[in-house]
Write a protein that binds this ligand. Structure first.
Ligand code: TGC
Ligand code: FAD
Length: 390
């Protein structure tokens, strides 16, 4: 959508600093120039556009909040959110690549790694020279990662890692994987596994109707010898991986609104131009209802993530607040994508417009990083004190 105009019904731009606006402009320009012109083709062919990695690094998408001394952009959480929103306006699959690299690979190395690990990996991950993936989900443990069975044991000067991960974004091309596995005492810990280690393979997952421009795969560990230096020393237990998810879910809360904004903008433009029964369809009440509800929900979601960003920058955002925002933004986006597609009539199902691609992508976004149901239960537990998971 070359003509894209970001909806800002409540003048939220006034809440942003000049730096935020500059960051947004550079991300928006990059999406318009590099991402949007090619993405439909790559999605149709189910191929990841690797040539975008360099540009993603340049707009600060890899580790926006990681300090500059480690190669990150050293930005606040509003800036991080803005970058994710601009990228996801282009495509959720490309935002996924950025989320995984920044929040799920760089963040755990930064937050739980040794100084040597930070220096060794973070600058190269920030520049895109190294790409990473995050292995938590297993074939039998998705919503319930605490039950994971991938394990490692002490074998003298190294660990021996066994098990398998499934549904791993970036796995087919990642140079390193942050893998969550149980030690001999049954405690979850993180290991950095490098491509090329014997017994480590990353078969690609095919046949996806969603997130087609993102590469998804498995991680298979068959007696992989992992050097002891590759264990993340400063965390153990499920709170390790869940702490990373807080970072990524926050980015998705902003990102999904990017999809919603793009769908709304496309549908509004189309409705004003498309004439039926002698007038633009934007003049019919039923279409106005759809469009008016879209901009209302977008505005509410924008305000919610902005406030969350302020709290997060002040280190005051709770995990439950992040869950609420992730769930709300994705639901808003998926509903808007479905309605927007209808406004375009038959044209809505084609790749000439971005809406159907967003709609299909959002079916993954509503499931990964905690399903819609899981986030509702997190809110439920937070407000009642009762755990309804088990
Ligand atoms: P529970 O007993 O509640 O908690 C275990 C420990 O973890 C702590 N904790 C958290 N810490 C930090 N952040 C959070 N959000 C946390 N939530 C819980 C908790 O305090 C406790 O700590 P401690 O010290 O007492 O041990 O754990 P549970 O087993 O009952 O599970 C809770 C539940 C269901 C909410 C959790 O497991 C969950 O969130 N499940 C969803 C799994 C999920 O989101 N998977 C995502 C995989 S990664 C992915 O999808 C990437 S997609 C690619 C892309 O982003 O593009
Ligand atoms: P399940 O956990 O089997 O859930 C099935 C259904 O049961 C869902 O509707 C769920 O809400 C519901 N359910 C489960 N438990 C409960 C309960 N207690 N109460 C009520 N309902 C419940 N994972 C990674 O580790 N790294 C990645 O990079 C990654 N990338 C992904 C990319 C894609 C494209 C996809 C689709 C997934 C990715 N995932 C990744 C995995 C993702 O996080 C999981 O798919 C997700 O957590 C759900 O797990 P599941 O698919 O096993 O579903």
């Amino acid at each position: 959508n070359d003509l894209y105009e970001a909806p800002d019904y409540y003048l939220l731009d006034e809440l942003l600093s000049d730096e935020h606006k500059l960051i947004r402009q550079s991300a928006r320009d990059w999406v318009k120039k590099e991402l949007s012109p090619i993405i439909e083709d790559y999605a149709q062919r189910a191929e990841f556009p690797r040539q975008l990695l360099k540009g993603l690094a340049e707009i600060g998408a890899f580790g926006p909040t990681i300090p500059v001394e480690y190669g990150g952009a050293g930005l606040d959480y509003i800036a991080y959110g803005i970058i994710m929103q601009e990228i996801e306006r282009g495509d959720s699959g490309i935002r996924s690549t950025a989320s995984v690299q920044g929040s799920l690979v760089m963040y755990p190395i930064y937050a739980y790694g040794s100084e040597e690990q930070r220096k060794k990996y973070l600058p190269k991950l920030a520049s895109g020279e190294l790409m990473g993936c995050f292995g938590l989900t297993e074939p039998d443990h998705g919503s319930n990662p605490g039950g994971l069975t991938t394990n490692f044991k002490d074998a003298g000067d190294h660990y021996l890692l066994n098990g398998a991960k499934m549904w791993i974004s970036n796995a087919p091309f990642a140079d390193i994987a942050v893998v969550w596995a149980k030690n001999e005492g049954g405690k979850i810990q993180g290991l950095i596994v490098e491509r090329g280690m014997g017994g480590f393979t990353t078969p690609e997952t095919h046949n996806k109707w969603s997130l087609r421009a993102s590469a998804t795969g498995e991680l298979v560990f068959d007696n992989v010898k992992v050097p002891k230096d590759n264990l993340l020393p400063n965390v153990s237990g499920l709170k390790g991986p869940l702490g990373c998810l807080n970072q990524a879910r926050y980015g998705i809360a902003w990102g999904a609104i990017g999809c919603a904004m793009d769908c709304y903008d496309t549908a509004l433009r189309y409705a004003k131009e498309r004439v039926q029964f002698g007038k633009p369809i934007a003049g019919f009440q039923l279409q106005q209802k759809k469009l008016a509800e879209m901009i209302t929900e977008i505005t509410k979601a924008q305000l919610l993530v902005w406030r969350l960003g302020v709290l997060k920058s002040e280190n005051r955002a709770t995990a439950a607040q992040i869950s609420m925002a992730k769930r709300n933004s994705v639901e808003t986006a998926i509903t808007i994508a479905r309605e927007a597609r209808q406004i375009l009539g038959g044209m809505g199902i084609t790749g000439d417009y971005s809406i159907m691609r967003h709609m299909m992508n959002l079916e993954s976004v509503i499931t990964y990083e905690g399903t819609h149901d899981i986030h509702l239960l997190i809110t439920g537990m937070d407000i009642t004190g009762q755990d309804a998971f088990k």
